[in-house]
Design a binder for this molecule. Structure first.
Ligand SMILES: NC(=O)c1ccc[n+]([C@@H]2O[C@H](COP(=O)([O-])OP(=O)(O)OC[C@H]3O[C@@H](n4cnc5c(N)ncnc54)[C@H](OP(=O)(O)O)[C@@H]3O)[C@@H](O)[C@H]2O)c1
Length: 256
């Protein structure tokens, strides 16, 4: 039964794979047996060093690959490079994303466009190009990064962020329906605040940390490791009949 959760030999592409959550997912997928592609906007040399470190830690193959997800040509080139190296892509995690917080009534539209470009258009371009390959293969699992903010409004300058994640929610469901006839599943995870290098200041500030914890029934903040189990589940055969769903990894925040 537990074999259904293993990813041995599968090829997992992680877009935004050098980021806070993406790095943790690369490690988790690699530990579960996958060959991992760390795809990000970083210099190729740095990405290759990260891939070599991952391979040394888990013993499973890994490569780094430059991609700018907002540029369709860059994504197409990256997909071709991965296929050339590993032969296919079985799993695609779209873990890139940005959040520029601005008061709604003063929101600079260039920031709005930046966010929709990376979070929404970037997700769609990756789903489109990897989805096409998976359709040919008649199998595959795509996992998008949504957020609790995809289904709940928030204060604090989050109008664009919530808008982008709401879009990711419905892109995920719509693609799930469109790709289901080809045995390609499309799901999402929706975390509450996750402690990463970008959010560690919240954990370190007791007053701020308490404010965030108060929103979480389980009474603690999410760590990157909390993302791994649900993602491995969605990537694996254990979730073979699950598509179009978001798993909210939020300690119960959206339960009420
Ligand atoms: N952390 C949280 O609390 C939290 C909660 C809920 C949902 N999420 C979502 O989870 C995802 C990952 O978040 P995170 O905290 O890991 O963020 P992060 O640490 O900032 O990682 C995001 C990664 O995406 C990369 N990226 C940005 N634009 C890109 C582009 N155009 N092409 C390719 N890569 C690009 C970034 O590269 P650069 O650093 O070089 O720009 C970075 O490595 C995001 O979608 C986020 O919205 C995060």
């Amino acid at each position: 039964m537990l074999d259904h959760f293993r990813l041995d030999g599968r090829v997992a592409l992680v877009n935004g794979g050098a980021g806070g959550i993406g790095s943790g997912l690369c490690l988790g997928l690699s530990k579960a047996g996958a060959k991992v592609v760390i795809a990000d906007m970083l210099d190729e040399k740095i990405l290759q060093e990260k891939a070599a470190a991952l391979k040394a830690e888990t013993g499973n193959d890994a490569i780094g690959q430059y991609v700018n997800v907002t540029d369709e040509e860059s994504v197409a080139k990256m997909v071709n490079a991965v296929v050339e190296k590993f032969g296919t892509i079985d799993i695609c995690i779209n873990s890139m994303g940005i959040n520029l917080k601005r008061p709604a009534l003063e929101f600079p539209m260039e920031d709005w466009d930046k966010m929709f470009n990376v979070n929404v258009k970037g997700t769609m371009i990756c789903c489109k190009h990897v989805g096409g390959l998976m359709k040919e293969n008649k199998k595959g699992s795509i996992i998008n990064l949504s957020s609790v903010r995809g289904i709940r409004g928030y204060t604090g300058g989050n109008s664009a962020y919530c808008g982008t994640k709401g879009a990711v929610e419905l892109i995920t469901k719509t693609l799930a329906i469109e790709l289901a006839p080809f045995n390609v599943r499309v799901n999402a995870i929706g975390p509450s605040l996750v402690i990463t290098p970008g959010t560690i200041h919240i954990q370190k500030d007791p007053e701020l940390a308490e404010k965030y914890k108060a929103l979480i029934p389980l009474g603690r903040l999410a760590q990157v490791e909390d993302m791994v189990g649900p993602v491995v589940f969605l990537a694996s055969d254990a979730s073979g009949f699950v598509t179009g769903q978001t798993i909210f990894i939020d300690g119960g925040a959206t339960a009420s």
